[in-house]
Write a protein that binds this ligand. Structure first.
Ligand code: UGA
Length: 436
């Protein structure tokens, strides 16, 4: 392993940094390149740009033993055996994924590489991207030197390091089997299924996976709406449905909907891939529509209990798009807060991780009128309602009956179904969840 050198382009990002740290921990000499020099300096001092369980320990130990190097000089990748592209593919205004960073990465590498290299495309890209890059490399007479492989990532934030060590599967799209074998060998995953396939299939597997996860969430949220009308409990229904082995229990938690930097962006990109080919995708369109509605249903519940939001004080519990991360990118909490403010509410917000992270600064700039507080108690004090938006484990432990004493109105709208309505309603709280 010592003889294999791995390069990571986009090494300071979520996917790049996790891969860099894990490959270094596997014993490979790993060089993580990124253009963000200031971020790299911080990482080298042990200060990571985001929270990811287990990551900082891995980065620090690999920095100490010299297996991991951070650089803003592409030249340091010139003798790499395998280079991973882990750059962003942000959405364009028409929802297509912007692959310009991927294209630049290929060009930058092509300029400096001094030997044959396997170039692994990790970033989530529209189907056809690998073939487009290959055509470009062929035109530049580089296709024999740069061997392109599509190897989508399936890391979820908050468990990314764990997901790297224990993947459900590894998907590798390549032109030649030999290249796929080389990449599979790097992970060395005993007992993990490896799907060796074409570039196009690999690119589509990634999109189809994220879109199916999103579909399950919108599906259960749709059933949750009927539950509310008939006095059902969606949690019991999810359990009953998910115990069918053909269905399985995952991604059947009803709530305020999916958010974060991946599921919605990838779903929109997939839709645009249909449209570009003159195709409609009514199912996926509905998945997105239901998810958009889900946030506003929560605001509607607050309005119903408070008789409008003008002048009302709402304590928002949870800002990150899911527990275990301080990531606010495309979090559902942002449009919810925006809507509350636009309807005249005064908002106080709490999040156990964001409040202590650098993301707090960003949040304060985005919402200067929102007070970010250090405890749930402070968010509840003098509030007309609480809105739970993220399923942080510590919120489950809250004594809402006690908390209610500091509120003006005992209204709690729970977008994550963390509590049992009967007990709370019996205790005088106007409690509403999603489908319960
Ligand atoms: C997602 C996929 O799960 C990863 O496999 C994929 O690699 C990643 O996107 C990516 O494309 O990079 P992630 O966005 O980190 O990972 O988070 P998820 O765990 O998928 O959660 C997404 C959203 O769905 C969160 O807002 C979460 O609260 C919500 N969710 C999840 C529900 O509302 N209900 C559920 O049952 C599960």
């Amino acid at each position: 392993m010592d003889s294999v050198k791995i390069g990571i382009i986009g090494g300071a990002g979520h996917i790049g940094l996790v891969h860099a740290a894990c490959f270094a921990a596997l014993g490979y000499h790993t060089v993580a390149h990124d253009l963000k020099s200031a971020t790299l300096k911080n990482i080298a001092k042990g200060k990571l740009p985001f929270h990811e369980p287990g990551l900082s320990e891995l980065v620090n130990s690999s920095l100490e033993n010299g297996r991991l190097l951070f650089t803003d000089q592409m030249n340091h990748l010139k003798d790499a055996d395998v280079v991973y592209i882990c750059v962003g593919t942000p959405p364009l205004p028409d929802d297509r994924a912007d692959i310009s960073q991927v294209e630049h990465a290929v060009e930058d590498l092509a300029r400096i590489i001094q030997k044959e290299v396997v170039l692994v495309q990790k970033s989530t890209v529209p189907v056809g991207t690998a073939r487009k890059i290959f055509t470009h490399l062929s035109q530049e007479a580089l296709a024999e030197k740069i061997h392109l492989v599509s190897n989508p990532e399936f890391l979820a934030e908050g468990s990314a390091v764990e997901d790297f060590w224990h993947p459900d599967r590894i998907v590798i799209g390549s032109k030649h089997l030999e290249e796929a074998d080389k990449v599979a060998f790097l992970y060395n995953p005993p007992g993990v299924p490896v799907v060796k396939t074409s570039w196009e299939n690999a690119e589509l597997i990634k999109h189809a996976s994220n879109a199916l996860l999103a579909t399950r969430i919108s599906y259960i949220n749709e059933i949750a709406r009927l539950c509310e009308k008939v006095g059902g409990d969606i949690r019991s229904i999810s359990r009953g449905v998910g115990l069918d082995n053909r269905i399985g229990p995952h991604f059947l938690e009803a709530g305020v909907g999916f958010s974060g930097p991946c599921l919605e962006k990838d779903l929109r990109s997939l839709l645009s891939q249909f449209y570009q080919r003159g195709e409609e995708a009514p199912l996926l369109k509905s998945v997105l529509f239901i998810n958009q509605q889900q946030r506003y249903l929560l605001v509607k519940k607050l309005e119903k209990h408070l008789g409008g939001l003008e002048g009302k004080r709402v304590g928002v519990l949870g800002l990150s798009f899911k527990p275990g991360t301080d990531d606010l990118r495309d979090s559902h909490s942002l449009p919810v807060i925006e809507t509350l403010l636009s309807r005249g509410a005064e908002v106080t917000a709490h999040d156990p991780m964001v409040v202590h992270s650098s993301r707090a600064e960003w949040f304060n700039i985005l919402f200067p009128s929102v007070k970010l507080v250090h405890s749930v108690q402070l968010a509840a004090e003098g509030s007309d309602a609480l809105a739970i938006l993220t399923a942080w484990p510590e919120y489950r432990e809250l004594d809402l009956l006690k908390l209610k004493e500091s509120m003006v109105n005992p209204v709690i709208v729970d977008g994550r179904n963390l509590f049992y309505p009967k007990i709370l309603r019996g205790g005088g709280i106007k409690y509403e969840g999603v489908g319960i």
